[in-house]
Design a binder for this molecule. Structure first.
Ligand code: ATP
Length: 479
């Protein structure tokens, strides 16, 4: 089973310290969330798994960490200043601000196409989801980039205007030549980056699904023009497979081919991996939303940031760039702008999908319902909990604490003696700890401990000398 809805995860996340509403003591800050002691471990595991898979396990990949605030010209030439906007609609009655492309049109399943929204609003055929009014303004573009000002200048000085990046990708494109020259790579190769992005979303919400500050794991894979379509398909398949490897079940994922009218200005083809984030919705089609997108960005970005391309009148398209981001192919002796395949995933949506998919309930012999978070061991925030069976026995407590300390350099372990053993097991099940290591009276004599498995509740006796190797074996990513 998986979680029946996001609300179940919101409450578990807060209760157990995965995710808290941000700035709560001041009334919160709409749709901002803070990652607690368990959330930060889970997020680290997601990032590490992605980096290992994307960078270390391949021979054609480099990593990068570019700045969040870039020269404003980056966003001018990438097209974000002009086009990175959502269509905004106001309700004249309750003053809600709404995203036109997410409004529902009674009479037709799903949302209307953006072009048709204005007409439907004029005909008063769309209503405000908050108050039911049909008195809505026409859609107008609202740029999603967060603005800031650089240096000690006046707030309204246009020269100081800068943006917080809305995607990590542009930091990769503007470093293409740097990485190419320093790493001496040949096509095809990729540059991977993990980092925060910011979008002033019109309607954030659904917990960590849509927030204004979030983290992306993006990779730009540079190929020869003509080899792009095959590389694109290979990345779609590889990403779909990777999500299963980290614990997202295939029945809660699907591929969605973006129709032409939905494609971003730079994209030739984009396929999203969707997850069933809303299983409680009656209409199957509305249960799905984007987990990640895999786009064929063509040569748009490298070309647009280059100084050479000219228009029909021989005028430079980019008079500000000082470099040409083209590639010279030694084999064919040709110079061209590589095509780019971009798998772009969200850390936060990945965490939400993992938590929803891992959620399960089980009834114990006392007929109590227990939550078990069946995370893959490699993703679990805590790998082993060391529990003393009797907390009033100093020898047992001492031995348990020593075991925790010996495990800690190798894997994330905790010690807990704040309850009876049944309660301690239940707590660890609920946060997804795959193994509980119990120290009992007999341990003092036979130098062995009991390992209890989270999913089967089965117990196994293991010699102390073999404990670390035993746990590491069972924690392997493929386990
Ligand atoms: P959406 O259509 O849901 O707004 P998008 O198509 O604009 O998403 P991309 O630009 O493709 O998103 O970004 C890549 C990934 O970054 C998304 O698949 C998602 O996982 C993550 N992401 C994008 N916007 C947000 C957000 N506001 N909050 C959390 N994650 C996000």
């Amino acid at each position: 089973m998986s979680a029946p809805n996001i609300e179940t995860i919101v409450s578990l996340a807060k209760r157990r310290g995965f995710v808290y509403p941000s700035s709560e003591i001041y009334g919160g800050l709409g749709s901002s969330w803070d990652y607690g002691p368990l959330g930060v471990e889970l997020a680290n595991n997601v990032r590490q798994a992605w980096w290992r898979w994307m960078v270390y396990e391949r021979d054609d990949m480099e990593g990068l960490d570019s700045s969040i605030i870039l020269n404003r010209l980056v966003w001018k030439y990438s097209g974000h200043e002009d086009t990175f906007s959502d269509p905004l609609v106001d309700c004249r009655d309750c003053k809600s601000r709404l995203r036109a492309d997410k409004l529902e049109f009674s009479g037709e399943p799903g949302a209307p196409k953006i072009g048709g929204v204005a007409e439907m609003i004029r005909q008063r055929r769309i209503q405000c989801p908050n108050c039911g009014s049909k008195d809505l303004t026409e859609p107008r573009p609202f740029n999603l980039m967060f603005r800031t000002h650089i240096g000690a200048t006046a707030e309204d000085d246009p020269e100081s205007l800068a943006y917080l990046r809305p995607e990590t990708a542009q930091g990769i494109f503007i470093n293409f030549l740097n990485v190419l020259n320093t790493s001496r790579r040949k096509l095809p190769f990729g540059i991977a980056q993990i980092g925060k992005s910011f979008r002033n979303e019109v309607t954030p919400g659904n917990f960590i699904f849509r927030t204004r500050e979030f983290e992306q794991m993006e990779m730009e894979y540079f190929v020869r023009p003509g080899e792009d379509e095959q590389a694109h398909q290979e990345w779609i398949d590889a990403c779909y497979q990777w999500y299963q490897e980290i614990g997202v079940s295939a029945e809660n994922m699907r591929l969605y081919e973006q129709p032409k009218e939905e494609l971003a200005h730079y994209a030739k083809r984009t396929v999203d991996i969707q997850y069933r984030f809303f299983p409680e919705r009656d209409e199957e089609e509305r249960q799905w939303d984007e987990l990640m997108g895999i786009a064929n960005r063509t040569d748009f970005d490298l070309r647009t940031h280059s100084k050479k391309p000219e228009n029909a009148e021989g005028k430079r398209l980019n008079p500000d760039s000082t470099e040409d981001l083209s590639y010279f192919d030694e084999q064919t002796k040709q110079r061209f702008y590589p095509y780019v395949i971009e798998p772009a995933a969200g850390v936060n949506r990945t965490i939400l999908a993992l938590l929803m998919d891992a959620y399960s309930e089980r009834t114990n012999e006392k007929n109590e319902t227990r939550v078990i978070l069946k995370l893959k061991p490699a993703m679990a925030p805590i790998k082993a909990a060391v529990l003393p069976l009797a907390k009033n026995k100093p020898e047992i407590v001492g031995m348990a604490k020593a075991i925790k300390r010996s495990l800690q350099p190798v894997l994330r372990a905790v010690y807990d003696d704040t309850g009876g053993i049944g309660k301690l097991y239940a707590r660890q099940d609920e946060i997804g700890t795959p193994f509980c290591v119990t120290v009992d009276h007999q341990s003092l004599e036979d130098e062995a401990v009991t390992i209890r498995d989270r999913d089967t509740w089965e117990q196994e006796r293991v010699k102390l000398a073999d404990l670390t190797t035993h746990l590491l074996q069972r924690l392997k990513p493929e386990a």
